[in-house]
Design a protein around this ligand. Sequence first.
Ligand SMILES: [Zn+2]
Length: 290
Amino acid sequence: MATIILTPPGSPGEDVENPGQKVLISMSTTFYPQEDPVTDLIIISSDNVFFSVHKRVLLFKSNNSFGAFLSEPDTNSIIVPESSNVLNLVLYAFYDLNPAHYTPSLDDLGEMLLALSQYGLSLEAPLAKGKPIYNLLSGFAFTFPLEVYTLASEYDLESLAVDASGHLLATPLHHLTDELCLRMGPIYLRRLLFLHLGRTERLKALLKDAPAHEPTAECGAIDQRLKLKAAWREGATSLCWGVNASTPISMIHAVLSPIADRLKCEECKTVAREKIRSILVDWTMVKSTI
Ligand SMILES: [Zn+2]
């Protein structure tokens, strides 16, 4: 039987054809037959790539005999439904290796999570914060936060969900489709909704009370009500129409600062500017993740 060493796709390797038997095999460049310790199981992916591995590694890490594929002790080859890209990631997880150099797609990582669950590998260790697979998924949270949050929710990956939620503040809630909500489940969906609603309500509360200073001969309580408080209410109301979980401090500053600048009373100006500064600081301190 001829041998070819080429996998996963895109890896450097060479094609070898046995002219006698005309059999061509693609074999993993990482999981190839080894003597020390000897590999004793061939796993064949859906696209016919061969992976030579150690049964005891899979059986030790799996809580279901690798999806019941290894229930029989004399099994020495199995065919699995995963593609070589996904199977490669699965085996990297079982062997606790770093697959980052393959730059896997988010879809492949999602399929890997499903496969790992089916093959009985606890996600706790390979998906711990800071581990290579965690970092790969977390990296996608910048560009695909909703998909990463959904995946994290599906597999109850708390740290990853928290990380991804920090990138979801600017994502409108109407982007949540029925399918995404179902995949997230009620707990993570509720946490995401409350993150958005909680931050929005907090900003509204920060804007609610107008600033004031001790009444003076030039600027008494009525003067302040007619000028400072009226101007503040006008600015805060216009802001409140558009505030959301991701309202930038630059927008708050741009709307409220002209109010302070227009006031004639110096004390009104001072308290208005202090109030604006305090709102900006408080807003940056409001929790930005689930
Ligand atoms: Zn005043």
